[in-house]
Design a protein around this ligand. Structure first.
Ligand code: SF4
Length: 323
């Protein structure tokens, strides 16, 4: 019997293991000179405004072109969900928020499913328009992955957007073509997991499979992220999604061992994770770089403020549905 219950039923084992990590009370030490850093963030935000950034500055949700990634629009409206296929992965990134030890077992919107058919049944009870298939690394189990894609397509037709989250290590041209043929709309490739090497994006684009890059804005990696942006822009990649680096119980020790600190602001009541110091400044400078270079690559910043906004919208939406 599960020890945590939700209004939607028993949670998946993966969800419970996330929850145990999220429930850790300890935090990173708060950044020093927090007022100076807040002022620096405001200054950078004003500069971004002068450069023509668009979006929702109050929520720290920004885009260099006004074009949002297709999967982000339903997510911002609270109509996106996630299916975590496994927490197993061939990498061990310091920023990873997946629970350890890594384990198999699907988690669909926080609920367990043993088969693609069960997963689709859970999804059918949600009012969603986009689905992120994630891990761990989904390409480690192609039978399950293709089974899920086929089951989702057969149940929802083309209306459901499917984004596949991957580190790209195992992607080949033939696999990218198969994914496209079976109905995956696009890849979200975490190039921070592979030292900012953009080769999987090139492979996907050559196969005609749209590929976006999604990375945490890691302060110490800013120069490498900037180089990666130049490469992505040159190869015609459409979107780079920058996340604010955040601390959870799962990655806290790894972040602490790198002497990272927490941003000096009250953690949001709507979120069970908190922003890491200097990540937002890093993201702002990368946005400014794209604007100054007039890149075709559209850079989108999804901050902890954005996540808070999404969480609050989803709660409000659930309230409206249950009224
Ligand atoms: S590639 Fe992704 S799932 Fe794998 S360890 Fe890195 S962040 Fe975690």
């Amino acid at each position: 019997m599960s020890s945590i219950r939700t209004v939607c039923g028993d949670p998946s084992d993966t969800f419970e293991r996330y929850a145990v990590g999220l429930a850790r009370q300890d935090r990173l030490p708060t950044e020093k000179r927090a007022d100076d850093k807040r002022w620096r963030r405001q200054t950078l935000l004003l500069e971004l405004g002068r450069l023509g950034v668009q979006g929702w500055p109050l929520h720290r949700t920004l885009t260099t072109t006004g074009r949002l990634p297709d999967g982000c629009r339903p997510c911002l409206e609270g109509r996106g969900s996630n299916l975590c296929m496994t927490t197993r992965c061939n990498r061990d990134c310091f920023f990873c928020f997946n629970p350890k030890p890594r384990a198999d077992g699907m988690s669909v919107h926080g609920r367990p499913a043993k088969t693609p058919a069960e997963a689709v049944e859970i999804l059918a009870g949600l009012d969603i328009a986009s689905l992120g298939l994630s891990g761990g690394e989904p390409l480690l189990d192609l039978d399950l992955l293709f089974g899920l894609v086929r089951a989702v397509r057969s149940r929802f037709g083309p209306a459901m957007r499917i984004d596949l989250y991957t580190n790209g290590d195992l992607l080949t041209r033939a696999l990218a073509e198969d994914l496209k043929r079976e109905g995956v709309n696009g890849l979200r490739v975490n190039l921070a997991a592979r030292d900012y090497d953009a080769q999987p994006v090139r492979v996907a684009l050559e196969a005609g499979l749209p590929a976006e890059v999604e990375i945490p804005a890691v302060p110490e990696d800013e120069a490498r992220a900037r180089e990666m942006m130049e490469q992505l822009d040159a190869m015609g990649a459409p979107h780079l999604i920058l996340h604010e680096l955040f601390a959870t119980g799962q990655n806290l020790d790894a972040l602490e061992s790198r002497r990272l600190e927490a941003k000096g602001e009250e953690p949001s009541a709507a979120l069970a994770w908190s922003a890491v110091s200097e990540s937002e400044e890093t993201a702002y400078r990368l946005l400014a770089h794209a604007l100054r270079r007039k890149m075709r690559l559209s850079v989108y910043y999804c901050s902890c403020g954005t996540q808070q906004w999404i969480a609050e919208s989803a709660l409000a939406r659930a309230g409206r549905i249950h009224d």
